[in-house]
Design a protein around this ligand. Structure first.
Ligand code: SAM
Length: 293
């Protein structure tokens, strides 16, 4: 059975009286080439535990199960659970969990599986993400220090453009800095809207994010780094002198001094700063705050 075929999806819907939910971001993939691209880019081997976010009817899950040691698939929609039981019946190494990924402790799942399967040394996260929560899902995985090697996921093209953007352009923002701080980003594929059922209003793209084992910059206090990023992009049209004044209580003169020490022109804007320059600001701020204590 070609699980990804539009006719199969229709049959499954009819048989189970299943209605696709727009509010859960249910746009199912119907193109084997794209499924293969995601699975190949994720580079799954039999020593990997794969965590899939939002399996839908299981098109990616079935492919991942043929390559991975174990697959844990997290699906929020309980109406899909009996369907997945059927579509994945062939695969003894898949566990479907009816859960909201945003409320799930992924490290607990990883620890639990690895405790029973010591050979599963790799952890790969995959998914065709529900677009309404793409950024929260990615940031949760990164901020919680999830013990995964990589995240290979489909998302709305505009979000992918922002995540991979270099400094200097309109697409460069807080999400670009945050994801590139935690990961190296690789473009996998552009995906036209026509390959989904139902067809979304936007095109998509697949990115692979390799979580860095060592950060790209040295930062004294990550909270100060993200405070600078947030303040800078929160008012992105303001000069840095203005947007950073007030961060952690520093006044205008302290901000001027901070920018001078970090060797950054006070009339520049956040969208021109590299990650290294944000790090220099955060470390300068760390010293100012320490001296004030
Ligand atoms: N992987 C399937 C495919 O490619 O055809 C389905 C992808 S669909 C874009 C997103 C899936 O994520 C849906 O099955 C939806 O029910 C599920 N989902 C939405 N919000 C979720 C959440 N918070 N936690 C887990 N799954 C979620």
């Amino acid at each position: 059975m070609k699980l990804y075929a539009k006719s199969t999806i229709r049959e499954i819907k009819d048989k189970h009286n299943f209605k696709l939910s727009k509010s859960l971001g249910q746009n199912f993939l119907t193109d084997k080439n794209i499924i293969d691209k995601i699975i190949e880019a994720a580079d799954i081997t039999e020593t990997d535990l794969v965590i899939e976010i939002g399996p839908g009817i299981g098109v990616l899950t079935a492919e991942a199960a043929q390559r991975a040691g174990r697959v844990v698939a997290l699906e929020i929609d309980q109406n899909l659970i009996p369907i997945l039981k059927e579509t994945l019946a062939l695969y003894g190494n898949v566990q479907v969990v009816n859960a909201d990924v945003l409320k799930t402790d992924l490290n607990e799942i990883i620890k639990g599986v690895q405790a029973e399967n010591a050979e599963l040394t790799g952890v790969k996260i995959i998914g065709n993400l529900p677009y309404y929560i793409t950024t929260p899902i990615i940031m949760k995985i990164l901020e919680e220090g999830t013990a995964a090697d990589s995240i290979t996921v489909m998302m709305q093209k505009e979000v992918a453009d922002r995540i991979k953007s270099p400094p200097g352009g309109k697409t460069y923002g807080a999400i670009s800095v945050a994801v590139q701080y935690y990961c190296t980003v690789t473009d996998v594929a552009k995906v036209p809207r026509q390959v989904f059922i139902p067809e979304p209003k936007v095109d998509s793209a697949v990115l692979r994010l390799d979580i860095r084992t060592e950060k790209s910059v040295e930062i004294e206090d990550e909270r100060l780094f993200f405070a600078c990023v947030k303040a800078g992009f929160g008012q992105r049209r303001k000069t840095l002198l203005n947007s950073l004044t007030g961060v952690c209580g520093i006044d205008k003169e302290e901000t001027r001094g901070l920018l001078e020490v970090a060797n950054i022109d006070p009339i520049r804007r956040a969208e021109t700063l590299s990650i290294e320059e944000f790090a220099a600001l955060a470390n300068g701020l760390f010293r100012i705050l320490r001296e004030k204590q």
